[in-house]
Every structure is written in C-alpha cells, then in structure tokens.
Ligand binder design. Structure first.
Ligand code: FMN
Length: 424
C-alpha cells in the first residue's frame, strides 16, 4: 500500500497541488538583516536564509511554510525576522524571489507566513506595541514585554492593508500562498482571545467581534491576489489559558474561515503564557500529535473544501500515517524534526527511516536548539545531533548559559520561539 504521506494534496480553492502530505511548519529563522536604529536595514533576506530553504527544498517536503514574516518592521517576533513592510526602502519582491525559488526548486509548494508580534514583541524591539487591548504579556522565559496599547480603528485599517500587501508581495515573488499567523498569542490571536482583547468596540466582546480583524485580513488578501494563490491560516485549536480562545470558539472560527474560502487551516495551540509544544495528556502521547483530538473535532465540522494540517509532536511514520488514515487531518505538519534532519520527509517516504531521531534535549530548551540547528544548515556547518548526549549537553549549556550539566535546565531562557537573539 502506498503511504498516505505520499499522496498529493489538492487545495480546492486555488487548485494548487502539493506533491505529498508533509508540511514544513513555519519556524522563525532570525537570519535576515537587523538594525536597532535604521528600520530600512531590518528584515532583508540574506544568502544564509536562502541557503536554508535551498536545503529544505531538496527534502521532498510537499508544502514549505516560510518562518514568520512580520508585516510591520516595528512589530517583530525577534530581531533577524524576514520582513515585508511597504515603508522599507528596498524592493521586497526582488528580495524574496531567491528564497521562494530555492524552496520550490524540486516541486514543493511554498507559502509565506505573515505575522505581527503585537504584545509579544520583545521590549528591546518595541517598548510600546499595539495589541487588541492593554493587557501586558507577563515577563517570562527571560523576556520582557512593553505595555501594549489597543490599536486605533485607523491602525486596524492599516494592519489589514499591510497583510494584503504582504500577500501581494509573496505572490509577485513567486510564492504559492500566504498564511496569516493567528496562533500562539501573536496579534491576530490577541484579537481572538477574550483574555487579552479588552476592546468594547466592533473588534472586542463577542466572538463575532473578536474574529472581525482575522476575517477582514482574509477578505483583503482575497481581493489582492489571484484565485490560484493559496490563502491559509495558522490558528490555535485552543489557547489553553483561562479566558483564552476555547476549543468550541476555535471550531466556530475554523468553520467560518472555510466558508470564507480559506484553502489551508493549520492547527496548533497555546500562547507565550501557555506554550503547548509538549504532551499534556497520556492519550495524545500515543498518537504523538499534541492537537489531533482537537483537529478531529474541527475537521469533522468542516465541509471539506479547506485542507486541514495538524502540527506538533509527530515523530514516527506510524503516528503520522495513523493521523491521516483516521481522518483527523489531511496533512502532517513538522517543525523541530526538520531542523536536525532536513531530509526527514524524503527518508520517511523512501523507507530509509521510520521516525525522526530521538531528541534528548529537555522540552523547555528545544526551541533554542532547533534554532541552533537551522542556523548550522544555513551556514553550511555540521548540524548538531540531538540524539547524541555529548553534543546535546554542550549545545544546551551554550544556549542556557549553564555550564554545570548536573543542574536541571529550568527553561527560563527558552520555552518557545521567543529568545530574542539573532543567530549569527
Ligand atoms: C525554532 C522554532 C521556531 C518557530 N517559529 C514559528 C513561527 O515562526 N511561526 C509559527 O507559527 N510557529 C513557529 N514555531 C512552532 C512550530 O511551527 C510548530 O508549531 C511547533 O514547533 C510544534 O511542531 P513540532 O512538534 O513538529 O516541532 C516554531 C517552533 C520552533 C521550534
């Protein structure tokens, strides 16, 4: 029997076809230019950024999502992000063409993830960010966040325009689609969340109001790009924090997004306040995917025109195939495993391996080690092998600053893709 992972995926609105069911989920690369003072010197793709995607492009990954690309050069997830901001003096279409071409060179589809940090923008990048309200993100993981202010209605209009502009740039640069990042507590997720969104106008209060910005962004993108361009979203299946987006709300939003013509719904979970990139329940441990149960419930409520991808936790071919065969998802999203093994999808498809290598790094530090690995690929250096304890200990010590290996790693330096350092 052919593996369901090898089956092509047709996106029904755009008609685009991915060669297989693997999706490389967005991962911040922090490989682009950054200057604290000169905003024009922020976010330009570099040869290292392009090289990283050249390697991933060789790996038979059906769909490649570029790591988060802020649509506002003052609202980064971290220094070194790639940025599409129409105020920048350089030509973003030309600047993004190489990374798109490198990703697509062997038949993968490529989608850019467009984001805005909102209140999760690190203090040293923006000390007074806009958000859906004025609830400050608590300091955590060695990070400090500024006091946010609610975006004005004029700023909301500008944000919608900026997202549409970002999609248009990606289209002109040759990408197959754009994904709005509405997960993990970034700006669109801040609007969706009743915990953070304290507005009393048309953008706050009821779910219909909290989802308004997301839907305006989708509609604006639809108007700006041709029909054969994939419009995707990454959203939480739940925020997993009190008062945050609930599983029922997520399901309602997903159903309406499909009705609105979204082609790809990628499901994840958590925010900086409640990162969920590790197992919380025994039942999901067996199925590996952290959010498969949520995905099952959401997908069964959809009509089937949007492709669903659940991301998080998959490591073995058996679990990936199981998720596809059970109908919980159409696609399998992978992130951390592709940093250590950029050719993992190819090797799983050919039968060379049956699972990703074991990662011996404590969960709390795995984002930092993943960034170190992707940086090694980008710089054409040997990739640290995290199944090898001696390499793991050295890398963890370098990232956490803890030289004494007998001390437990508490993860304060890194729980998500949030440590602000730009990779060299
Ligand atoms: C280094 C790193 C960077 C990440 N950056 C992003 C990002 O830019 N956008 C995003 O939506 N998710 C980001 N994530 C989350 C991943 O896309 C994915 O949802 C999560 O790691 C769970 O998948 P995994 O278990 O296969 O790693 C990042 C994760 C890692 C490890």
């Amino acid at each position: 029997m052919t593996s369901p992972l090898a089956q092509s995926i047709t996106f029904s609105r755009s008609g685009k076809v991915a060669p297989n069911a693997f999706l490389k989920s967005a991962m911040t690369e922090r490989l682009c230019t950054f200057s604290k003072e000169d905003l024009n010197e922020r976010g330009k793709p570099t040869t290292e950024y392009d090289h990283l995607y050249k390697v991933w492009g060789e790996g038979e990954i059906g769909t490649i999502i570029l790591g988060n690309i802020p649509i506002d050069r003052t609202a980064l997830e971290a220094a070194g992000n790639a940025i599409i901001d129409r105020r920048s003096s350089w030509d973003p279409v030309e600047a993004f063409k190489p990374v798109v071409a490198a990703s697509k060179a062997h038949g993968s589809l490529v989608i850019g993830q467009l984001t805005h940090g909102g209140r999760q923008c690190p203090f040293d990048v923006n000390d007074h960010p806009v958000s859906s309200g004025d609830v400050r993100c608590p300091d955590m993981m060695g990070m400090h966040f500024g006091q946010p202010r609610p975006a004005t209605l004029e700023e909301i209009d500008e944000l919608v325009e900026a997202w549409a502009y970002g999609a248009e740039v990606l289209y002109k640069a040759g990408a197959d689609g754009a994904q709005a990042h509405a997960a993990h507590g970034y700006l669109l997720s801040q609007f969706l969340s009743a915990r953070v969104n304290t507005r009393t106008d048309d953008y706050g209060g009821s779910l219909d109001n909290r989802r308004r910005l997301v839907f305006r962004v989708i509609e604006a993108i639809k108007k700006r790009v041709p029909k054969d361009f994939i419009i995707g979203i990454k959203m939480n299946s739940a925020d997993f924090s009190e008062g945050g987006l609930t599983p029922d709300e997520a399901k309602t939003v997903a159903v309406l997004l499909e009705e609105a013509g979204v082609d790809l719904i990628e499901l994840s979970g958590g925010t900086y306040e409640s990162m969920s990139f590790e197992h919380k329940k025994e039942s999901t441990k067996k199925r590996e995917g952290y959010f498969v149960e949520f995905s099952e419930a959401i997908k069964s409520a959809l009509k089937g025109t949007a492709r669903v991808c659940v991301t998080g936790g998959f490591r073995s071919k058996e679990a990936m195939e199981g998720a596809l065969l059970s109908g919980a998802t159409d696609m399998v999203g992978l992130a951390r495993p592709l940093c250590g093994e950029p050719y993992l999808c190819r090797d799983l498809l050919s039968g060379k391996v049956n699972a990703a290598k074991e990662n011996k790094v404590p969960a709390a530090v795995q984002t930092g080690t993943a960034i170190a690995q992707l940086s090694a690929i980008a710089h054409n250096k040997p990739i640290p092998d995290l199944s090898d304890e001696s390499q793991t200990n050295d890398l963890v010590a370098a990232i956490t600053g803890k030289k004494d290996e007998s001390k437990p790693v508490d993860g304060h330096e890194d729980r998500s893709y949030v440590s602000t350092e730009k990779q060299e």
